[in-house]
Design a binder for this molecule. Structure first.
Ligand code: 9WN
Length: 410
């Protein structure tokens, strides 16, 4: 713990607090993002548990009748972000996007609850059925052979990861029309996804809107479906935590335990023998993403141990100074600045570290944590970092980086 950095981290959370929810960073991301918000809640819980619960409850006000919890909630209009609510055209209880995001919620809800079980009881009694509805939605609409697939790169939270390159190349974004990006007005374009990526991101949003975001219609002739180790391991872990919470409040657990077994089998469909790692898999056309990414290393977080992955981790960590690069530094597509194609993300280090520790790999867990701590001490609370020299990149004063400092790294 370091006093000045603790205070700086708390000031970032307070500064990004919009009253009931926290934005990832001012300017670049002016709304409530799903998984960012759950990291924020965990960070708040280190000094203000009621505020942590408020963050969680606000996210769940946006849950759709289908059970889906959207990736962005547009509580108040802000012209600084594109695509906004008018482009998504969704009609959930709160203006929102039409896709979801990594379901870390059950895991962080459990962590917050454990800090004060009595104060949290009413919250988990309310939230367990909502979490179960969300997980059921994933199992019904986002699984292929038991692995969780995404229908849009934003759904994985790893927007331009090399994992999706092959599947994205199959999309012809015909008719996408003119639009004005806002992200490149806030940060350098060399650190962001390309125009080719954005055309496809927007084309996929336009398709969803045309189909009224109806799950069944969207499942017909899908243009993009990639099974993702990140989503699979995160849901697997969340499901184990949900089962524990459900048992606590007397909610049925059989169905949840079944999902865990399905996901465990599904995770093994993502083992790429040739590459020797968990990899993404095209769920429409087949074929691997051919990407060893930081999501591959979430296996331990999901409770899945593999000696080959420990060897891969040692190699990847030996190439970077501060933790786990988002894409293999020896890989052909490695780019140390471009977002999810190389940079280090503190939140991913955190999930990897939690998993390693849970599986008893204490030495590796300590190393991931120590390098993440050094990264923030040396380079601040940026959105992400260059793995070669730690240079901060993307947005500054970032909520989730501050949150993991308070709850884990610091
Ligand atoms: C699109 C907010 C979000 C994160 C994602 C990250 C980035 C958005 C964007 O920012 O995505 O959802 O516009 O680039 O990739 O993980 O939740 O911090």
């Amino acid at each position: 713990m370091s006093e000045p950095l603790d205070s700086a981290a708390k000031a970032i959370l307070h500064g990004n607090d919009k009253g009931g929810y926290t934005v990832p960073t001012a300017g670049l991301y002016p709304y409530q993002w799903n998984w960012d918000s759950m990291f924020a809640a965990w960070g708040f819980s280190t000094f203000d548990i009621p505020r942590a619960w408020e963050e969680v409850e606000t996210l769940f006000t946006g849950q759709w009748p289908s059970g889906m919890v959207p990736h962005i909630l547009f509580h108040r209009p802000d012209p600084g972000y594109f695509p906004g609510p008018d482009v998504w055209g969704c009609d959930g209880p709160v203006p929102s996007s039409g896709i979801s995001q990594p379901p870390v919620a059950a895991t962080f809800i459990r962590k917050i609850w454990e800090q004060d079980p009595e104060a949290g009881r009413a919250h988990i009694e309310r939230l367990v059925p909502q979490l179960a509805d969300w997980h059921r939605w994933f199992m019904a609409w986002r699984t292929d052979r038991g692995a969780v697939f995404i229908t849009h790169p934003w759904e994985a939270g790893r927007d331009n990861a090399p994992d999706w390159d092959n599947a994205m190349a199959r999309i012809d974004p015909v008719g996408v029309g003119e639009y004005q990006r806002r992200d490149t007005a806030h940060v350098d374009a060399s650190m962001r996804p390309t125009k080719e990526d954005y055309d496809r991101y927007i084309w996929l949003v336009q398709r969803g809107r045309r189909l009224g975001w109806d799950d069944a219609k969207m499942a017909e002739d899908p243009p993009f479906r990639v099974a993702d180790p990140g989503m699979t391991f995160i849901l697997l872990r969340a499901n184990r935590d949900l089962e524990a919470l459900a048992a606590e409040v007397g909610h049925p657990t059989d169905e949840i335990a079944d999902w865990t077994r399905v996901l465990e089998d599904g995770a093994e469909t993502l083992w790429n023998e040739e590459l020797g790692c968990y990899d993404s898999r095209d769920a429409v056309h087949g074929g691997w993403g051919e990407s060893l990414s930081n999501a591959s290393f979430l296996c331990w977080y999901g409770g899945v141990d593999r000696p080959e992955m420990l060897r891969q981790l040692d190699r990847v960590m030996s190439k970077a100074r501060y933790g786990v690069a988002s894409y293999d530094p020896d890989g052909a597509k490695f780019d140390s600045k471009r977002y999810w194609r190389g940079p280090i993300w503190g939140i991913m280090n955190t999930l990897i570290g939690l998993g390693l520790s849970q599986c008893g790999h204490e030495e590796q867990a300590r190393r991931v944590k120590a390098t993440t701590r050094a990264l923030i001490e040396d380079h601040g609370f940026a959105e992400y970092f260059d793995p070669l020299n730690g240079a901060p990149a993307g947005g500054g004063r970032f909520t989730w980086t501050a949150a993991i400092w308070l709850a884990w790294a610091g």
